[in-house]
Design a protein around this ligand. Structure first.
Ligand SMILES: [Zn+2]
Length: 299
């Protein structure tokens, strides 16, 4: 009995100290990389894959994390952000996990020096360059879910490029509200065919997908789907010829573009905050961009 207890204690200690590099086993990583290659070869197509159990709950970025872990080599430089911030809980925990399971990988907060950026809800302000990869965490991969509950039928609609019901949904918005009310997850046509859900990024970020230098990869862990927007690919948000797509409006009551309260930028995506005296203030949601505008070192 005592021997058995000692043995199991040893096994536990042993297993805790010997993570596979990148946590996932090599077969799992190989399968994900194959799915990624297919996703790149057919831009916007949702490739099914065998999503693995991760030591975080589904819905906290397991899809994005599995892509990142499959791609990371020990010479990579990784940045993790959540809502534009490097220091929010989700980003901090994913960074800690990577540090523990991927020895050698350098962690950074600077967008320009990262080889891979994993993100939730934002695309960085600083344009990504050729060779950089942005991995987005996706809760719902299929833009047709709002009009068709059956996955089987949705697959046929995608295959036939039949997005008529999505167009009707956008038109109904126009009739009811005089504008398209979708604030995030804006349906976007990739390479002239498949329409994707670009994950819950604001409309402000959607044009960054168009003819970009970087590779954009999307991972939905719970829904077991991977898709991609390769470099130099057309990405067009759905819109009507007489009602063009438009991004969030940051003009104030005097018609002036609001500026970041911290760095003064008038070009970035702003978060609305309340200060100590309950007055609304605006700050860049991308903390690395804000710091770099201030000329400060991003610690
Ligand atoms: Zn700022």
């Amino acid at each position: 009995m005592q021997l058995l207890t000692r043995h199991s204690q040893f096994s536990l200690l042993h297993s805790q100290s010997s993570y596979q590099f990148g946590f996932l086993d090599e077969y799992a990583k190989k399968e994900i990389r194959r799915s990624l290659l297919k996703a790149v070869a057919i831009p916007g197509y949702q490739v099914p894959y065998a999503s693995r159990e991760m030591p975080i709950a589904r819905g906290f970025g397991t899809g994005g994390l599995q892509i990142t872990l499959s791609l990371l080599g020990s010479d990579d430089i990784l940045k993790v952000i959540d809502q534009g911030s490097d220091d929010s809980v989700n980003a901090v925990n994913i960074r800690k996990f990577i540090a523990e399971t991927c020895p050698g990988v350098t962690l950074t907060k600077q967008t320009s020096e990262a080889t891979i950026v994993q993100t939730r809800h934002r695309i960085p302000e600083i344009p990504l360059k050729l060779g950089q990869i942005l991995v987005l965490q996706v809760p719902y991969p299929d833009p047709l879910i709002v009009v068709e509950p059956s996955e089987e039928k949705r697959k046929m609609m995608h295959g036939e490029g039949d997005y008529a019901r999505l167009w009707v949904k956008l038109y109904e918005d126009m009739v009811k509200f005089k504008e398209i009310t979708i604030s995030h997850r804006y349906p976007t046509r990739i390479n002239g065919f498949y329409v994707i859900d670009p994950s819950p990024i604001p409309r402000f970020d959607v044009p960054k997908l168009h003819q970009a230098e970087a590779l954009y990869l999307f991972g939905a862990g719970r829904e077991k789907k991977i898709y991609a927007v390769p470099p130099y690919t057309n990405a067009e948000p759905l819109s009507f010829s007489d009602i063009p797509f438009r991004v969030e409006d940051f003009t104030d009551e005097n018609g002036q573009r609001r500026a970041c309260d911290r760095c003064g930028s008038t070009t970035s995506f702003l978060d609305e905050l309340m200060n100590e005296i309950d007055k609304k203030i605006y700050q860049c949601s991308d903390t690395d961009f804000c710091n770099s505008q201030l000329g400060g070192q991003n610690e």
